[in-house]
Write a protein of this length. Structure first.
Length: 435
């Protein structure tokens, strides 16, 4: 009797082992099929999964069935998304083509005596979509063929101006991108980041190779939040404006900080090189008299020392841009005004009024005749979501560029002065034709 019992136990053990072996084999086959699917062999993987569903135990079969259903649903969602994107692209192309044709037809009937820049005929000819959050800054490549944009979505996107397509997405930042700038030769881009994390502001500065889309250098040694970045006119250096420390000049090849600008410091919001690379202008908010007073500071690049301070007659200056000849500066203020300074006399020559919200960004046209500004205020239902074109000589408002649905954070002229680009918190970039 005892011998019979032992024989039965042995038979049962063999049965259990065989069952476990079959279970393990099914699981191995399932994993192998999933790997095939990930590798792109989808049809073969689906056949293997179906075999597992038909012949394996209930638990493994249920797991395989759920996995297959999830993948088929994802595949269907992807196809629908691609179809929707294609329809949107076709519709966008039709809209842009119509705008281009209308613009050309109007240009044909223009009198020959009309000035080169037909300012009363600015039209939007492209709208670019690709970012998933606010666009903080957008700028043209030196040859005018491409755009770079930085966003709260932690990416920099490179765009083909002619087609309106994104040609490369630069990923690697861990926080939102505040500022972007092309090198003068168009081969590199510098991006600066700014974000509030765990009760403190932090920053990053990356230099990217445009052709490969890879980060080739990180400017280390200062982790403060970045307000703006700017490439020197000779392409050798990068200027970085920080939230709570002095602006610094970095060697673009070695990543070494070669100079720190000195002088007054309360709140530097933006910095910009002069066209000849000898000076730097910075937006400065003075709080020494217990109230904010907006100013422009000028530094000598060689010494890093402050050489001039220009009163702004405003609370804060948000952005600054040099005239092409380096004789004037234009700034955008928190008092809703655009301010022009004559550097020969060190005083304000014009205060341009037309915005109903603080001015976020300013840009001088390549020929020096016109100034662009944009406006809006974050976290409010801002009524002013526009850019304005001004005559730099008379200070008169020439045209308001309408179309964005949220704050306009950045505006910039193309190198040839024929186009304007604007970037907004509505997550779009708009290109406007001015000739």
């Amino acid at each position: 009797m005892k011998r019979i019992y032992l024989i039965l136990v042995l038979i049962f053990s063999c049965f259990v082992c065989n069952a476990q072996s079959e279970d393990n084999s099914c699981l191995d086959n399932l994993i192998e099929a999933q790997n095939k699917y990930k590798a792109g062999n989808k049809e073969e993987a689906k056949k293997s999964i179906q075999a597992i569903i038909d012949y394996c135990d209930d638990a493994t079969s249920a797991e395989a069935r759920k996995w297959l259903e999830d993948k088929e649903r994802e595949e269907q969602e992807r196809i629908l998304a691609e179809q929707k994107a294609e329809l949107e692209r076709i519709e966008r192309e039709k809209e842009e083509e119509k705008a281009r044709k209308d613009f050309k037809e109007r240009m044909k009937v223009m009198p020959q005596a009309v000035e080169r820049l037909v300012l009363n005929e600015i039209v939007r000819i492209k709208m670019l979509k690709g970012h998933s959050s606010d666009i903080n800054e957008v700028c043209w490549s030196p040859d005018g063929r491409y755009l770079a944009s930085g966003s709260f979505d932690k990416t920099v996107i490179l765009w083909d101006v002619n087609t309106g397509d994104s040609i490369r997405i630069l990923r690697g930042h861990s926080i939102s991108v505040k500022s972007v700038s092309w090198s003068p030769d168009g081969k590199y881009i510098v991006s600066g980041c700014n974000e509030y994390v765990d009760k403190g502001y932090i920053g990053e500065v990356f230099i990217w190779d445009v052709n490969s889309g890879k980060c080739i250098l990180t400017l280390e040694g200062c982790s403060d939040a970045v307000k703006s970045v700017s490439w020197s006119p000779d392409g050798k250096y990068v200027l970085v404006c920080y939230r709570s420390v002095y602006p610094k000049i970095w060697d673009a090849k070695s990543g070494v900080c070669i100079r720190t600008l000195t002088g007054n410091l309360d709140f530097i919001d933006y910095v910009s090189w002069s066209p000849d690379g000898k000076y730097i202008a910075g937006c400065y908010a003075d709080h020494s008299k217990r109230k904010w007073e907006g100013k422009i500071l000028l530094w000598d690049v060689k010494s890093g020392k402050e050489v001039a301070s220009l009163k702004g007659n405003c609370t804060i200056v948000r952005s600054v841009s040099w005239s092409p000849d380096g004789k004037y500066l234009v700034g955008g203020s928190s008092n809703n005004t655009v301010i022009i300074w004559d550097l020969n006399i060190g005083k304000i020559t014009q205060t341009l009024k037309g915005h109903s919200e603080e001015v976020n960004y300013v840009s001088w046209s390549p020929d020096g005749k016109y100034v662009l500004s944009c406006s809006g205020r974050d976290f409010t239902d801002s009524p002013d979501k526009n850019a304005i074109l001004w005559d730099a000589n008379t200070g008169k408002k020439i045209q308001t560029l309408k179309g964005h649905f949220d704050v306009v954070n950045s505006v910039c002229w193309s190198p040839d002065g024929k186009y304007i680009v604007s970037g907004s918190s509505d997550r779009t970039i708009r290109i406007w034709g001015v000739k």
